[in-house]
Ligand binder design. Structure first.
Ligand SMILES: Cc1ncc(COP(=O)(O)O)c(C=O)c1O
Length: 384
């Protein structure tokens, strides 16, 4: 059975061209970038080249890129690193952040910081006026997700960053889901820090980066040999970094085509499902959403059962976010948009990538109504 992978917000397949360069660096060029000899210098040079490619994708300067182990570390470094170097005990974030931000903020609350979690509207959108109203004398940092990993809503990051700066507040965004799915230019948007992760953009797992504006002072959270200009110690994950660089290089030339391909598939899924299945709701914003995200709540269908039935038919999808899909708690993001617990439990997220095909989507569209019907027939909640 050909497996249809529609869980690309959880992780993506490594692009074969990325795999090739990673393999070369695993086997041929394994010097430590800190070593003085030729193999070390070659590795250091390759890491610097990767840095240039990542910077170019997001409009940053190369010395504004710090390599990390992924989105979670980038988020932790951004938030904790800023707090150590800047005065102020108040942070603003949102109720729909990924746990890498949300739980970091919860941790900080136990260590003397005050955190405001901004609400969102029914589509998962933050209101810039609410944001401005929450800023106070003591606010040091705001962190707002660029686009939701669960419902795909794209936040008004440019507007929020401008408001933050009007009040001398630093602005970070978790762009782990947005990079590669939309044009991002950190200088034009005016953000101070941005997190990204390799495994969401067809590079390997365990590598990521944090963009930090040269105007911002950041303290390390990992102490050691002083790598990455003293901000992130630890021998560089050279193969991972090379892979991330290659993935960003490919995105620079291919992203526009990838986006329109994913949008086409996403809209095919959304229009077909909402037109042909009764009592289904599209979660997230109808238009301001990631090109690869479709998230639905089907009345009287339990999300976990749905995902297991899809899996049985050879289709990978998820409920809520990958990180919480093994928990039985309803999704915090969906609850924040005003869904009740039952509705939140009936959500399924289908997320696409450049490798998905129209045939795969059509096959999925054939299978979904059958599963929805079967689950509804067994559900005491179903009323026709
Ligand atoms: C929005 C967002 N932030 C952060 C992360 C964590 O990234 P990583 O898995 O690279 O630690 C994820 C992963 O799902 C994510 O979707």
């Amino acid at each position: 059975m050909e497996y249809i992978y529609l869980d690309n917000a959880a992780t993506t397949k490594v692009d074969p061209r990325v795999k090739k360069v990673v393999e070369d660096f695993l086997s041929e060029c394994y010097g430590n970038p800190s070593s003085l000899h030729k193999m070390g210098r070659d590795s250091a040079h390759a890491v610097d080249e990767a840095r240039v490619k990542i910077a170019a994708l997001i409009g940053a300067k190369e010395d504004e890129i710090i390599f990390t182990s992924g989105g979670t570390e980038s988020d932790n470094l951004a938030i904790k690193g800023i707090l150590e170097k800047n005065e102020g005990k108040h942070i603003i974030t949102t109720t729909i952040e990924h746990p890498a931000i949300y739980n970091t903020c919860k941790y900080l609350e136990k260590h003397g910081y005050e955190v405001t979690y901004l609400p969102v509207d029914e589509f998962g959108m933050v209101d810039p006026t609410d944001f401005e109203n929450e800023i106070k004398e003591d606010t040091v940092l705001a962190s707002v997700i660029y686009a939701s990993n669960e419902i795909g809503t794209i936040e008004p990051v440019k507007e929020l960053a401008a408001i933050a700066h009007d009040h001398d507040v630093l602005f970070h965004t978790d762009a782990v889901q947005a990079v590669g799915k939309m044009d991002i230019d950190v200088h034009k948007i005016g953000i101070d820090m941005l997190s990204l992760s390799g495994h969401k953009i067809h590079a390997p797992k365990g590598v990521g980066a944090l963009y930090v504006s040269n105007d911002v002072k950041l303290a390390p959270i990992l102490h050691g040999g002083g790598h990455e200009r003293g901000i992130r110690s630890g021998t560089e994950n050279v193969p991972g970094i090379i892979g991330l660089g290659k993935a960003c290089e490919l995105l620079r030339t291919e992203m526009a085509g990838d986006i329109s391909h994913m949008k086409g598939l996403r809209d095919r899924l959304i229009s077909n499902i909402t037109e042909n299945i009764d009592k289904v709701k599209l979660n997230g914003h109808p238009t301001k959403r990631l090109p690869n995200n479709a998230n639905f709540s089907f009345d009287a269908v339990e999300g976990e059962s749905f995902v297991l039935h899809l899996d049985g038919k050879g289709i990978a999808a998820s409920t809520g976010s990958a990180c919480s899909s093994t928990e039985l708690k309803p999704s915090r993001t969906l609850m924040a948009t005003g869904c009740g617990e039952v509705e939140a439990h009936s959500s399924v997220r289908l997320t696409l990538c450049k490798f998905n095909t129209v045939e795969e989507i059509d096959k999925t569209l054939e299978i979904i109504p059958e599963i929805v019907n079967n689950l509804r027939m067994m559900s005491p909640l179903w009323e026709e």
